[in-house]
Design a protein around this ligand. Structure first.
Ligand code: PGA
Length: 253
């Protein structure tokens, strides 16, 4: 964590919860974090709960994110969701390129890049996810994979636009497995990402960039992770599904 950068804690609810459950969770969460001003709090419910959650978090310190979107304005793309639809539902952020989308739904650096461009064009703030698999890490390809995902995902994004992007480093082997990267391991990759962004843009953009860590973050390990200089937040799946543990994440020391 760096004094210049406001920490951002986001809950990625993935394919969990009906609208009623989502509203219940966010209401309980909002009561326990009502006075938090020095960190940004974001929830990413499934599309079907966005409108209901938006209503429940109006006038709170919680912002809304979607988990994915399409890169085209509108048209014959059955089953897809556009940026305008997300804005219409009250979203401020959109998660792009989550590893589950890369693994199971054919997301590539190219589609990630198209989606980021579209989000920025429409005024949504992208949270771009990157991360290596265990096989890639063990084969010594960590730097190569992260650099490729960063360069590919951010292709043709201007420095001004880049100031609106959040990056989430999520090692695939740590997601939902209970195997968190150590704070040292995570910080090392965050520093690598910041260095890469500095070489693609400039020191100002790199220093302002917020990089979240994701992968089995819990109330027990969040403070050690957040103590590292290049870790500016967390993108949390499992531990964001209960109001008490989400509130504890937000209230990291
Ligand atoms: P997890 O998921 O916290 O359940 O590991 C993180 C994520 O996929 O964003």
């Amino acid at each position: 964590m760096h004094p210049k950068r406001k920490p951002i804690i986001a809950g990625n609810w993935k394919m969990n919860m009906t609208a009623v459950d989502a509203v219940d969770l966010v209401r309980k969460l909002s009561y326990s974090i009502v006075n938090v001003k020095d960190r940004e709090i974001v929830v990413a419910p499934p599309f079907t709960s966005l409108a209901a959650v938006e209503e429940a978090i109006r006038d709170t310190n919680i912002a809304l994110a979607a988990q994915n979107m399409h890169w085209v304005d509108k048209g014959a793309f059955t089953g897809e969701i556009s940026a305008d639809m997300l804005l219409d539902s009250g979203c401020k952020y959109v998660i792009i390129g989550h590893s589950e989308r890369r693994q199971f739904f054919g997301e590539t650096d190219e589609t990630v890049n198209k989606k980021i461009k579209q989000a920025l064009k429409k005024g949504l703030l992208p949270i771009m996810c990157v991360g290596e698999t265990l096989a890639e890490r063990e084969a010594g390809k960590l730097d190569e994979i992260i650099s490729r995902q960063i360069t590919g995902g951010l292709k043709e994004i201007s420095a001004d636009d880049m100031k609106k992007v959040v990056i989430a480093y999520e090692p695939v082997w740590a997601i939902g497995t209970g195997k968190t990267a150590t704070p040292e391991q995570a910080n090392e990759v965050h520093a690598l990402i910041r260095g890469k962004v500095k070489s693609l843009y400039n020191a100002d953009v790199a220093e302002g960039l917020r990089i979240q860590y994701g992968g089995s973050v819990t109330p027990e390990n969040v403070s050690q992770l957040m103590a590292k200089p290049d870790i500016d937040g967390a993108l949390v799946g499992g531990a964001s599904l209960k109001p008490d543990s989400f509130a504890a994440l937000v209230n990291f020391k």
